[in-house]
Design a protein around this ligand. Structure first.
Ligand code: GLP
Length: 262
């Protein structure tokens, strides 16, 4: 794992977008794992600017999202289908037939989960997986005690998560669907490369647990420590509790791999 510390959220989001754009240029039919949440909004906004400059072409890219609320139809404005359409799919030249999310309103969720895993597999697996970090330490909707080997499945949301996501549901945590269909931790760990974006004071404590704490299913993001190619892009506010902060700053300033992004 590497942690790249940028001055502010905008710089962190821009860096994440530039890395994704470079991966697409290197592999035009890239399979991109997409996440949702406010951190991702900035990354998608940056990405959406790049094609207008003619520098990145999404025509052959395939997108697979992490999760969707159970019971929400794709055209529901509170669904992640809607979120993705608004923040990314409609803003770049992604082919609609290449845009995939698990169907939270499917009549048989177990079957839907199996079909989603199979579709990822026949598409060649995920090349680059974008992740945000939930307050519970979740990635996707893998709430505390999610098996670190879990696959796509239905999962109950923690009260903290329903509180965190309440703004999209009129501010009422009770209005947030209690369950979601989410890629498992094991599914996520199979991505070739993982980019996690984390910004803000409110994420500082959970970021330190996720990256420097012991690996535990109580914080599913700690499983990323096992991944051979995981880059965590953060701002100074989120980095404030990191014990190894100075070393991470040095690495970003000195490693040749990051030279073009400094
Ligand atoms: C939701 C998503 C997660 C994401 C989290 C972070 O809960 N299911 O995949 O990591 O939001 O949200 P934010 O970036 O708004 O803090």
């Amino acid at each position: 794992m590497e942690i790249l510390i940028l001055a502010d959220p905008q710089a962190a989001e821009r860096l994440a977008a530039r890395i994704v754009a470079d991966r697409i240029r290197a592999k035009p039919d890239l399979v991109l794992g997409c996440a949702t949440g406010s951190t991702m909004e900035g990354i998608y906004a940056e990405l959406a600017h790049l094609p207008m400059a003619g520098t990145v072409d999404f025509a052959d890219v395939k997108a697979f999202n992490l999760d969707e609320y159970v019971g929400l139809e794709p055209d529901d404005p509170r669904s992640y289908h809607h979120y993705m359409h608004e923040h990314l799919f409609a803003r770049v030249n992604l082919d609609p037939s290449h845009c995939h999310l698990p169907k939270g309103a499917a009549p048989d969720l177990e079957q839907e989960a199996r079909a989603y895993e199979a579709l990822i597999k026949v598409s060649g697996g995920i090349d680059v997986q974008l992740l945000g970090l939930g307050k519970t330490g979740h990635i996707g909707f893998n709430e505390p005690l999610s098996s670190l080997m879990s696959r796509t499945r239905e999962k109950a949301l923690a009260p903290t998560t329903r509180q965190q996501n309440a703004p999209q549901f009129g501010g009422d945590p009770e209005a947030v669907p209690p369950r979601a269909l989410t890629m498992g931790v094991g599914t996520i760990l199979e991505a070739h490369e993982i980019l996690m974006g984390v910004t803000g004071d409110h994420k500082a404590e959970i970021l330190a647990k996720a990256t420097e704490g012991p690996i535990t299913s109580m914080v599913s993001a700690t499983a990323l420590q096992l991944h051979p190619h995981c880059v965590v892009i953060v701002d100074e506010a989120a980095a404030q509790h990191l014990v190894g902060r100075d070393h991470y700053v040095w690495q970003f300033a000195n490693e040749p791999e990051w030279q073009r992004y400094r």
